[in-house]
Ligand binder design. Structure first.
Ligand code: KIV
Ligand code: NA
Length: 264
């Protein structure tokens, strides 16, 4: 199947077609989502939480992200693969942003990177784009700024709506091929989607965006505990995996596994 490219996402918007993005962090899951027809795979820095057991995305390193990114690229034939540039690896200067983006393109061979930030990051994004690095911008609630923003909260309520729109416009202007909005009121996200030429992707941003994204472990029931309200659960993999692990352990203890046919 022909590779999905950034130009196709733009075309989807023009044609009024929606597309799906899911996170992925390893080759097997990437190949499953790829074969299922998911158009975009995001190697999110949410790997810090869901893969590495940390409580925020902030500590994940470029080296760690490169391993996850390489793995997803290896597993995906058709999907566009986008990797998050982690906290601390791009903010200091446009040069640092280009150098980090180049590492992702060169060492992991991802097709694009995602950059969190408001309009103040537009210069960095512009430099990355002119270096040949396709950039997806991430505005609204940006988890890398959790401590600066005062926790997990909806962005763009009331007067702040204009700021989300201004940030999105600045990112499009800087050359971003797509703008992702996280935890933004649905009406504000609809306004941004209508105002931009490039497609937008939402997570907790309502139904108007061209694309939607979720963390796969959240939507497939791997993540324990309470989930954000924007998650819809499509499977109970934690239950399935736990039951299989318990059945295996019980079989080992009772001697039911391995049986005759499992031996040589
Ligand atoms: O890291 C991530 O998984 C993300 C998505 C939730 C948008 O940035
Ligand atoms: Na992220």
């Amino acid at each position: 199947p022909a590779r999905i490219r950034t130009v196709h996402l733009r075309r989807f918007k023009e044609e009024g077609r929606r597309f799906a993005m899911l996170t992925a962090y390893d080759a097997q899951i990437a190949s499953i989502f790829d074969e299922a027809g998911v158009e975009v795979l995001l190697v999110g820095d949410s790997a810090s939480n869901v893969m590495m057991g940390r409580s925020t995305t902030l500590p994940i390193t470029v080296e760690e992200m490169l391993v996850f990114s390489r793995s997803v690229v290896n597993g995906a034939e058709r999907a566009l693969v986008v990797a998050d540039v982690p906290f601390g690896s791009y903010e200091a200067s446009a040069q640092q942003a280009v150098e980090t983006g180049v590492r992702f393109m060169k060492e992991a061979e991802v097709h694009a990177v995602k950059v969190e930030g408001d309009a103040s990051m537009a210069g960095h994004v512009r430099a990355m784009v002119s270096a040949g690095i396709p950039v997806m911008a991430h505005v609204g609630f940006t988890p890398q700024s959790e401590h600066a923003l005062g926790g997990y909260r909806v962005q763009g309520r009331g007067d702040a709506a204009a700021r989300v729109l201004a940030d999105a416009r600045a990112m499009q202007e800087a050359g971003a091929f797509c703008v992702l909005m996280e935890m933004v009121p649905s009406d504000v996200a609809a306004e941004v989607e209508a105002a931009l030429d490039v497609p937008t992707i939402g997570i907790g941003a309502g139904p108007a965006t061209t694309g939607q994204v979720l963390v796969w472990q959240d939507m497939m029931g791997m993540t324990p505990g309470r989930l954000p309200r924007f998650v819809k659960r499509y499977a109970d993999l934690r239950g399935t995996v736990a039951a299989a692990a318990a059945a295996y352990a019980e079989d080992v203890r009772s001697g039911a596994f391995p049986a005759e046919e499992h031996g040589f």
